[in-house]
Design a protein around this ligand. Structure first.
Ligand code: C2O
Length: 278
């Protein structure tokens, strides 16, 4: 991350340009290539999970090449397990490139778990209460309320459709609170994590999204009708990203549905929320 932050700001691999990639795909910078009167938004629809997987993939490749280690892998913020709910210490050292000054200072103590049901006011819920509420919330958004693809991924969104504006699927709703909870409590627009345009400026964004991506894999192991879509338009939806050589690469949704083909692997972790029916 330090090397990424030291790259000249105009380098597409630099920390600042990479954060802008996220901003560009969410904040109205792009239009749909075949429908230039319609905007492009990668949240609130079935594009949410695959787009962010692509983004992480190129981010990881850039980091790996900056340290000449093609095996480098981003870790995940394991907030769905009690041992991983707090912000990891390595992100809190002001001298570290993983630090970001625009975070909610009330949420930095090491015993402070991410509260997936945070009401934006209450700060004194006991740890056990937050943990149990979190497990129930993950259960609801991964198991009972996410039995079908559309529930989990969010609504369909094809070329020619206006950008969706609803809350998205359960996978996205599950991920939202970490953004709001981590973002600066005294920032007008929730910077950094609490806003699309600035979220990529906090290094914690990438480990948060790795957990979201990991939970996509976990969801598919729960059974029932939990499969990826096989819709033609979905599979062929494409995006552009810069790779570790600063080359612009076109990648399609169908290129990222098989985690193994992408070299993606997550450590097996217990999933204590699996039996936490509220
Ligand atoms: Cu594109 Cu967590 O957001």
């Amino acid at each position: 991350m330090k090397r990424m932050k030291c790259l000249p700001p105009e380098d597409p691999r630099s920390f600042f340009q990479q954060a802008k990639v996220h901003c560009a795909y969410c904040n109205g910078s792009y239009v749909q290539s075949s429908h230039t009167n319609l905007g492009l938004q990668i949240h609130f629809s079935w594009l949410f999970l695959p787009f962010h997987r692509m983004y992480l993939h190129f981010y990881e490749r850039i980091l790996g090449s900056l340290i000449q280690d093609p095996t480098f892998a981003l870790p995940f913020w394991n907030w769905d397990h009690e041992d991983g709910m707090a912000i990891a210490e390595m992100f809190k050292d002001p001298e570290s490139p993983l630090f970001d000054g625009l975070r909610n200072v009330y949420h930095l103590p090491s015993n402070k778990p991410l509260d997936l049901r945070w009401d934006r006011v209450t700060e004194d819920k006991p740890f056990e209460r937050i943990r149990d509420d979190n497990y129930a919330r993950v259960y609801e958004l991964m198991v009972s309320g996410a039995q079908r693809r559309l529930e989990f991924f969010g609504p369909k969104y094809r070329a020619g459709d206006p950008p969706p504006a609803g809350g998205g699927g359960t996978s996205e709703r599950l991920h939202n609170m970490a953004h709001l909870w981590t973002g600066g409590h005294n920032q007008q627009f929730g910077e950094d994590m609490g806003n699309f345009y600035s979220a990529g400026r906090d290094p914690i964004f990438y480990v948060h999204h790795c957990n979201v991506d990991r939970l996509w894999n976990v969801w598919k192991t729960i059974g029932g009708f939990r499969f990826d879509f096989d819709d033609y338009d979905y599979l062929n939806t494409s995006f552009l990203f810069y790779d570790e050589n600063s080359d612009l690469i076109k990648i399609k949704v169908k290129d990222v549905l098989d985690p193994q083909a992408l070299g993606l692997e997550y450590e097996d972790r217990p999933i204590p929320w699996r039996n936490s029916r509220p």
